[in-house]
Design a protein around this ligand. Sequence first.
Ligand code: PBG
Length: 334
Amino acid sequence: MKAGRFPLARPRRNRFDDFTRRLVAETSLGINNLIWPIFFTEGTNTVTEVASMPGVHRVTLDRLAAHVEPAAKLGIPAVALFPVTPMEVRDAEGTEALNPDNLMCRAARLLKKEFPNVGLIGDVALDPYTSHGHDGVIRDGYVVNEESVTILTQQTINQAAAGVDIIAPSDMMDGRIGTMRMALDEAGLLNTRIMSYAAKYASAFYGPFRDALGSGGMLKGDKKTYQMDPANSDEALREVEMDIAEGADMVMVKPGMPYLDIIRRVRDTFAVPTYAYQVSGEYAMLMAAIRNGWLDHERAVMESLLAFRRAGANGILTYFAVEAAERIKQTYGV
Ligand code: PBG
C-alpha cells in the first residue's frame, strides 16, 4: 500500500464546503427552541423601550396582542410573561400577586383568547409585587421559606386559573415545587405544567431586568440567601434532582452563557427537558457591543443561541427570540 501524504485524517475535509458543513452539524437551532420573555404595563397606547435593553419594550395591555402577534405568526411556541406592576399596588407582602384581576392575570386571559396556540409561561415570585423587591416575604430581615411558599402557591393557582399553561417558579424557596404541584392537582389543574427555575444563581446579570420591572432601585440587599452561589455546580444537580422529585416537568438553568457547564451537567445527569435563560444582562452586553459596531449582530446572536443547544438545552428563553426566529425562517424557509 502506498503511503498517503501526511496527515491522512484531515478534519478540515468536513469543513470544505457549505453542504458538508451542514451535513456534519451536530446541533441546530430551530424556532421550536425559542421562548420569548415579554414585559407589559397598565395604561394605554404606550410602548417604551427599556433603557438598558435596546430593542426590548414594555407595552401597555391594549398593545399586547399586537406585540405578541409576530411571535405567534413565526411559530414561537411560548412566551414568558413579566408584568410591570404599578408602584402604588406594591406592598411588603406582595398582596397584588393574589389578585385574580391583576395585570398578569388580565394579560394571560387576553393572550389565551387571542393566541390559543401560544404557550403562556408565568413567572412565580413576589418581586414584581413587593415594595422591597424580594421574591418572598420578609420577617426579621430574612426572606422566610414556609410563609413565602404558601403565598407563592396561592399565586400559582391564581395564574393557572387565569390561563397560564406553564408555571415557572423563579423564587428559589425550598419545597415550593412539591407544594405547588399538590395545590394544582387539588384544584383539578392536573395538566398545568411546571418549569422550575431549578438552578438559579444570585447573579449580577439580572440588573437590566430589574430596571425593566422597576424593582431594581427598590431591592434591599441581595438575593444570596435563596438564589445559588455562582461558585457551585454540584449543588445545581441537587436542586434539579429535588425539583424533579417534587414534580417539575421541565427545569431551567439561569443565567445562561456563563453557566453552559451547568446546562451540560444537568442534561447529562437527568435527561429531562432542560431550558436556559439568556438573561437581561447577557442581552445588554451583546447589544452594547453590537451597537458600538464591535460585534456582528446576526452572527453574535445566532452563535450565542446555538451554544445553548450544543450545551444541551432543549430551549432558550431569550429576548432575541423574535429576531432569531425571523433569521431562522429566512435561512430555512420554515
Ligand atoms: C424574578 C425574576 C428575575 C428574572 C426572572 N425572574 C430577577 C431576579 O431574580 O432578581 C431575571 C431575568 C433577566 O434578568 O432577564 N424572580
